[in-house]
Structure formats: structure tokens, C-alpha cells
Design a protein around this ligand. Sequence first.
Ligand SMILES: N[C@@H](CCC(=O)N[C@@H](CS)C(=O)NCC(=O)O)C(=O)O
Length: 315
Amino acid sequence: MLIDGQWAEDFQPVQKKDAKGGFVRQPSQFRNWITPTGDAGPTGSAGFKAETGRYHLYVAYICPWASRTLMVRKLKKLEGVVSVSILNPKLTDKVWAFNGYPEAGSDPLFADDYLYQTYLRADKYYTGRITVPVLWDKQLNTIVSNESSEIIRMLNNGFGGLADNSINLYPLLLRDEIEQVNERLYHSFNNGVYRAGFATSQEAYEEACKEVFSSLDYIESRLATQPYIVESVLTEADIRLFVTLIRFDLVYHGLFKTNLKQIKDYPFTYAYMLKVYRLPGIAETVNIDHIKAGYYSIKALNPTGIVPLGLGNII
Ligand SMILES: N[C@@H](CCC(=O)N[C@@H](CS)C(=O)NCC(=O)O)C(=O)O
């Protein structure tokens, strides 16, 4: 990570942990909001008005949090409004790099080699991890946000008439239930797989792994009686769920040791995952080769860098 704009330690083995060896995810630091008028959102400063061509999204296909933003950009038909760069899926000692892998692009804005340089352009004394997604403002030359849960809300309703508003992923009437499901699934499922994978004690691993599977039981029981995870319409809760499901049999089951069962052992959940995958545009946001190459490049978990051959029969 960077401390006051300087590299502190190698990224690879360093993940923050608690006293029991549990993985602790660090909070995102850029928390502004794009709004139709440029007024401030729930956090951060004003001045980020929705405009075509003004914003750029840096993502990696490996990353579930970044993939949320790619999915919502597609569903809201914002491809012509917000441009995108795909990073190299393989993590380096300086974390995310541009180029050097099929379908990874260069940095169209500054021709940088690494994403950390983008963070330093926004704040030359930046302290924190270098994470994707990053939503960049070409006009103010800064990061609008690096928090995916907020970026997907901006893409959903911050762009006014520039977006396709026939889809609303955060409808007013369902917000309470969406928040409840998000809350239920974030810690124990979306982040639960990471807590299992990056645990450094048996106790922390077992606790996280069991929570992952009790979440899958909860997901399966909901999907047995309704088409989407909240009622009968596609919402942001489905986006957040899908990105973890699609990676599960492919990488979490093996590399993160969440291996009590696979998604294909949950018939309703498996059918639901395929249904979301087949929604228009969604398959283009899933790159299986990048997901495998990226996760299996995490040296702390896989020092030899060997990538298994199997595809987990996911799609
Ligand atoms: N809270 C962030 C988390 C993003 C995140 O952790 N991204 C991972 C990739 S999946 C990352 O960039 N990790 C690099 C690191 O932590 O050094 C969000 O949801 O946007």
C-alpha cells in the first residue's frame, strides 16, 4: 500500500488482519457522487455533474467489486457516456498494471504503467490500498469514487436522462429490503469468501467458511420462491450477488478453500446465476480467463503461480 504517497510494503503478502487472524477489508477513501445537477451526494463534495465523456472507469475483470460497476454501466446503457479501461488481471508488487495481457488495455488518459499513478494524480500524499474500481473525473482530474457500492448507485440514478431509466436497480419501494439483503450478504458472502481465503488462522477460516455456506442456504431458500433475490425484479442486490456466484466454483472453491459445496449443488441458485449471466450485455462483463489468471496470481495464496485447468462448469 501507499503511505503519504510512498510505497510502504509489497502488496502481495500484506492484508490487514485482526487479533484472531481474520482478514479486515480497508474502507475506500474517495467518496464523492456524480449527480444530475452537480450537487453533492450523501458524502464528499459537490461539483461532479453527470456529463457525457467526462468520466472514466478503471476496472479489472478479475475483481467482483469492479465487475459490479461494469454490469450496471451495461444495464443502464452508459457505454457511450462513461469510458472504461481494463487492467492486467495479474497482480504485481505495485498492484494493478496496464497492458501486458490479452484484453488488458493501456491507460488512455495519461499513458501510465500502473494504477497507483492514477491515485497519486488525485492525491500525491495518498495513504491506502490501490483498489479497483476507480471512477475518474477528466475535468477536475481527480478520483470521484473508489467505492463500488456507491459507484453502482451513481450509475443507476446519478446520470438522469443520459442513462436508460427503464431499468431502476434501486427503486424507492424496495430500498429497505435491498438494504437488508445487502447487509445479510456483504459480510458473510461477498466479503465472506475473502475472509475465508485470506484467513491466517484455522479458527478465522472456519468461521468465515461456515458463514459463506449458511449464506448460500439463505440465498437458495429465497430463490426457491422468487425469481430475484429481492422480490421479482432485478435490483442492485442481484448485481452484488451475481459477481460472487460467478467466481465461486471457478476460484473461491479451490483457492479460497470455500469447498463444502459448489454453486451447481444449489439448483435454484445455479439456475438464477445462469439467468443473470444471460441478461443482455452481462456475459461481456465476465472474463473467465482474467478471473483465473488474476486470482491465481495472488502470491500469498499461490506462490507457484500455477493456474488450474478446470473451469468449474460455471456456464
Ligand atoms: N471497497 C472496495 C473494495 C475494492 C477491492 O478490494 N478491490 C480489490 C480487487 S477485487 C483490489 O483492488 N485489491 C487490491 C489491494 O487491496 O491491494 C469496493 O467495493 O470498491
